[in-house]
Design a protein around this ligand. Sequence first.
Ligand code: NAD
Ligand code: UGA
Length: 469
Amino acid sequence: MTTTIPPVSKICCIGAGYVGGPTMAMIAHKCPHIDVKVVDINADRIAQWNSDRLPIYEPGLDEIVHGSRGKNLTFTTEIDQAIGEADMVFISVNTPTKTFGVGAGRAANLEFVEKCARRIAEVSKGHKIVVEKSTLPVRTAEAVKRILSNTANGATFDVLSNPEFLAEGTAVDDLLQPDRVLIGGERPESIGALVDVYANWVPRDRLLTTNLWSSELSKLTANAFLAQRVSSINAISALCEATGADVDEVAAAIGTDSRIGPKFLKASVGFGGSCFQKDILNLVYLCQYFGLPEVADYWEQVVRMNDYQKERFVTRMVRTMFNTVSDKKIGIWGFAFKKDTNDTRESAAIYVCRDLLLEKARVCIYDPQVSEHQILNDLEYVFTDGDNKISEAKRELIDKHVTFASSAQEASSDAHAIAVLTEWDEFADVDFTAVHDTMKKPAFIFDGRNRLKDLDLKAKGFDYHGIGF
Ligand code: NAD
Ligand code: UGA
């Protein structure tokens, strides 16, 4: 291939989700000379991106979007037109775990990525750079290239891998000042075209370039290592509870070792989010596929430990509350998978609430950003069986045992216990004397984030239990 590549002036991003929206808003914000169009098949989502209430809650995002929208940032459902005009097309669609067929429960479902590649092949003319922004199994670019080679209009393509490392809740800061931007590719000219886009605000020494496969695999590996740290400290939290050690003290002690470092050592009720579990299961599947069962088992244990941590939390609640929570009201503080996001995908709260409901507890849920509609969807989904149906008994649990509150205090009024499942800052500012007055006694608090640990709640009369001490 000899095509020379002019500087990028028009970008199309397919997928207006948690990654496509913020990353493209940042490119538009930092590169006023580039026209950025974000497209999606979900018209509601596009309408929300064009409204005053964006579809995702992310600190600082509103300002960035409002600053560029209507200038060089457009959200639209005109997918073919945006692809056709662009010289660089990002694929930023969802890649969930497959729920059917070969690899079900582990492999990534690449249906949406493949559909994007086929659409690009169909409507493109001339030369385009196609960028994998979605998290993908190593060697996916090979399939993308093959699909793109069957194009109707004689178009030519370069394929790059540019995985995203932002974390929700800190997406804007992560995009403004990334530890690194990773770009994998084959042709220096096309890699250079994307490097030049990021170089508008990211220092060049943070722009790492690799071959395609290293880039694809680095993304899965980064998430696997991060999740492994959480599972490691959570494993130690169980041992702390059995021995009188304090997991936060252990984390601080080991975190000062510069070889270990202090980050990602916060014991919790379990990691959630759309990606850690999905990406590790995908890694497990790849290892099995490439005949490496020992490596697959090693990584699978990170997910098993996380499941154990969520189950252990509920078991501890039930045991502590005299071996029954049946018909007891439990105030659920927080439903998002971490603070500062409205995302609930794989949130530990879903599984804790499910298990409490199966124990016939009554849960009253408060989250400052997550809608009731979303929470009900999540609970219905977790209760559906293999035929996508929900039994009458489980439907009744949701209908009769789930209520919502508009504040943390309201959620705990008349409750036997509080379960803190997201570390929202506002929970530390609650009037605990007032909360205690309205709760049944003993007033139990099970803090799945150790968010209230420093507040000396025992002195305020609570029976307080955290993680790992
Ligand atoms: P998301 O579900 O929020 O958004 C994906 C969007 O793609 C949806 O709005 C969907 O309607 C759209 N879409 C699907 N198929 C389409 C098609 N054929 N044409 C047009 N639009 C289509 O997903 P997300 O959280 O943004 O994640 C996207 C990818 O980025 C995933 O691979 C994920 O693993 C990865 N990732 C996510 C995060 C994160 O924080 N959420 C961080 C890093 C990487
Ligand atoms: C994670 C990675 O941090 C990002 O780099 C990556 O881009 C992203 O996944 C992705 O690929 O989707 P995210 O899931 O948004 O980002 O949030 P994290 O801050 O990583 O937290 C994940 C989960 O681990 C949360 O439930 C959080 O509460 C939990 N966690 C995190 C802990 O329990 N303890 C910790 O010390 C850190």
